[in-house]
Design a protein around this ligand. Structure first.
Ligand code: AMP
Ligand code: MN
Ligand code: MN
Ligand code: MN
Length: 278
């Protein structure tokens, strides 16, 4: 059975495939009770369906997934239950949007050079609709026939260390955490098992995150195996952080990842982050 709480997913406001209304409908169909929309660097999707979700009886938590960096690694921090109207959050979204836009321009220039072709930026903006991210570049490269599929686009041009992996401009972790905390939310380290860090390095990163006011880390994520889950649960316990759970759903796909799909949350071993706001 799918979890009834999902605190990490995306809409077309960032790089998700479903419009906010369709996402809420899907959550209701799948029997979820609580959903946080956590688009990359924007709360527009949440704002669009706040009222609609209430009508449908779905408890919708305002959320965001902020892009930041630490020692040259791209880190994502999820903010839960933050106030989208708080001046600090409004300024953060504005600043992140500017970084995203400038970064997208740089990615386009770099890809044009690397592939020795013109990159039509307006087409990419159209594909994105909302905040522009690397998945939109991946789609553009597929549409142009320059790569076979999106996975190949990341592998060759957009993934970590490749020409389109532009990190400059993103704030440091502690800045992102403070934005969330000051706007009344809980800061959660997103998918900590994805960063390919050693255990020691991850603990250093989490220590900084916690010093800045971070309270939780995701321990149950979509497509996570039991081994990774156990490791993250132990680290959360050791760091005295609460646990969060979220599918990171970006749209229907062939891997069977869907809203609510994740390992069962070990409530007897670890305090759930949602105890702070439900
Ligand atoms: P950005 O926010 O522009 O840095 O893009 C990061 C997003 O790209 C992530 O949130 C994922 O949705 C997506 N992504 C990252 N790596 C891959 C990959 N290897 N294949 C497909 N999508 C990816
Ligand atoms: Mn994404
Ligand atoms: Mn992420
Ligand atoms: Mn995400």
């Amino acid at each position: 059975m799918a979890s009834q709480i999902d605190l990490h997913c995306h809409t077309t406001a960032s790089d998700g495939a479903l419009a906010p209304v369709a996402l809420v409908d899907r959550a209701v169909e799948r029997g979820l009770q609580t959903l946080a929309i956590t688009d990359h660097d924007t709360m527009a999707g949440y704002l669009e369906v706040k009222g609609y979700a209430a009508e449908k009886g779905l408890r919708l938590i305002p959320g965001i997934e902020l892009s930041c960096q630490w020692r040259g690694i791209n880190i994502h921090i999820v903010g839960l239950n933050c106030d989208p109207e708080h001046p600090v959050m409004k300024a953060a979204v504005e600043a992140q949007g500017q970084v995203r836009y400038q970064r997208a321009k740089t990615i386009a220039d770099r890809l044009a050079k690397k592939l020795n072709t013109e990159i039509n930026f307006a087409d990419i903006e159209k594909l994105a609709g909302g905040e522009i991210g690397r998945p939109h570049f991946a789609q553009y490269l597929v549409d142009r026939g320059l790569v076979a599929d999106k996975a190949q686009a990341f592998k060759k041009y957009l993934g970590a260390g490749k020409v389109g992996d532009v990190k400059s401009g993103w704030p440091e972790i502690d800045t992102a955490v403070r934005w969330i905390v000051e706007s009344g939310g809980q800061a959660v380290m997103a998918h900590p098992h994805h960063y390919k860090m050693t255990r020691t390095k991850l603990m250093d990163c989490l220590a900084l995150f916690k010093d800045a006011g971070g309270q939780g880390m995701e321990i149950c994520c979509g497509l996570m195996d039991n081994n990774a889950m156990g490791n993250m649960r132990r680290i959360a316990n050791e760091m005295e952080l609460m646990g969060s759970c979220g599918s990171d759903f970006h749209g229907p796909n062939k891997f069977g990842l869907d809203l609510g799909v994740m390992p069962k949350f070990p409530e007897k071993d670890i305090q759930p982050i949602w105890s702070a706001f439900l």
